[in-house]
Design a protein around this ligand. Structure first.
Ligand code: PLP
Length: 365
């Protein structure tokens, strides 16, 4: 509804379904990450920052009238759960103010981002999580979130500053969800979200996920397994481009690694790479900037010994990585193919991998 034909939506990085919505409405996205954003091994604390110079250039190039809003994503999902800083959001806001642009925050992964602002941004070290949240919120015109992540409940929310925009968007609820009295979110869910949001203000609570992730990243890194550094939020991200450097991107190395990790340890990860992209209109592959296996680590779900088990199996897999081959689509949906598509291995590598596993571990596991 906000995006129409020919519009451009600048963002620090895209999220799959968000991009699909924008493209389906005739718009396109511009990813304005900083130079550090896509560096796999780095010590940069805020790889989710937007390059505001590039934002200024874009506005100068396409004109503010073609930009329905600027989108910032907290805990930037597809580049490894990397945060932006409060200082960066202030800079983005200043550009928006100069050009009369609306600033929209995807706060789905805000909990991790809040934690990183607290521990990595010196100017915020003495602020409480609630104060940081307030400061971030005051900079945004719209905040939306998936409560599956933020709040650990079901559904989600959208917070709007302007009554006029609220009235426009309200009309979409019966179209996409169902009116309050015959569908949509139950009051019980809304209550669960409220409790979850309140818990998110507790640093002891929101730091648990990032601490486990950091542990896993450091353990894998120590064993030479290529992972995204510094550790971000959301999960441990294994760099499939280096892990399976013999598998071409057209054969989905991150997807192949996800399949291999499941075979070699029952570890369920998620492909975040070329398979999560959509083909170009001419049918060619749009190769992703990063090929990641995401090992998500929601708080309060895993124990440390489960993490150690996963580290052990992934290290074994790394030693046996040459056994892993690529994948190809057997059934490929046009939109968001990674949700419903079916893939098959190229050749019979899965049998060789399982045989090697049996040799080393026997049948008992
Ligand atoms: C940043 C971000 N935005 C949006 C979503 C979509 O969430 P949902 O599937 O609950 O709509 C996700 C899901 O992982 C996400 O990470």
């Amino acid at each position: 509804m906000l995006v129409s034909d020919g519009d451009v939506v600048p963002m620090n990085y895209h999220f799959t379904t968000t991009k699909a919505h924008i493209v389906l409405n005739g718009g396109r996205i511009e990813e304005l990450f900083t130079d550090a954003g896509l560096q796999v091994s780095s010590t940069e604390p805020f790889k989710g920052n937007m390059d505001v110079r590039r934002l200024e250039d874009l506005v100068g190039h396409v004109g503010a009238a073609r930009i329905p809003f600027v989108r910032m994503e907290a805990g930037t999902n597809l580049i490894g759960g990397q945060p932006f800083s409060l200082a960066n959001l202030r800079e983005v806001r200043a550009v928006c103010d100069r050009h009369g642009l609306m600033l929209v925050l995807d706060a789905s992964l805000l909990a991790d981002n809040l934690h990183f602002i607290k521990v990595r941004e010196q100017a915020c070290a003495d602020m409480s999580i609630r104060e940081i949240t307030r400061a971030l919120s005051d900079l945004c015109d719209v905040i939306y979130f998936s409560a599956r992540k933020l709040g650990c409940a079901r559904g989600g929310g959208m917070l709007l500053r302007e009554r006029g925009l609220y009235d426009r968007l309200r009309g979409m609820i019966p179209l996409y969800e169902g009116f309050l009295t015959y569908g949509g979110m139950s009051v019980r869910e809304m209550e669960a979200i409220t409790v979850g949001l309140e818990e998110t203000m507790d640093e002891d609570m929101i730091s648990q996920g990032p601490q486990f992730i950091e542990y896993m990243v450091n353990e894998l890194d120590r064993r030479g397994v290529p992972v995204i550094t510094p550790a971000g939020g959301l999960g441990c991200h294994v760099d499939a481009m280096r892990f399976l450097d013999h598998v071409p991107q057209e054969e989905y190395p991150a997807g192949a690694l996800a399949a291999a990790a499941y075979l070699a340890g029952g570890i369920r990860g998620m492909e975040r790479g070329t398979m999560s992209e959509q083909r170009e209109p001419d049918g060619s592959e749009r190769l992703a900037e990063m090929e990641l296996l995401r090992l998500a680590m929601p708080r309060r779900v895993f124990t440390l010994s489960q993490v150690q088990y996963a580290v052990d199996r992934i290290s074994w897999l790394y030693e046996n990585r040459r056994l892993v081959g690529g994948l190809r689509f057997e059934e490929e949906p046009e939109v968001l193919r990674f949700f419903y598509g079916r893939l098959v291995p190229q050749g019979g590598w899965q049998d060789e991998l399982v045989a090697a596993f049996r040799r080393d571990f026997g049948d008992s596991l």
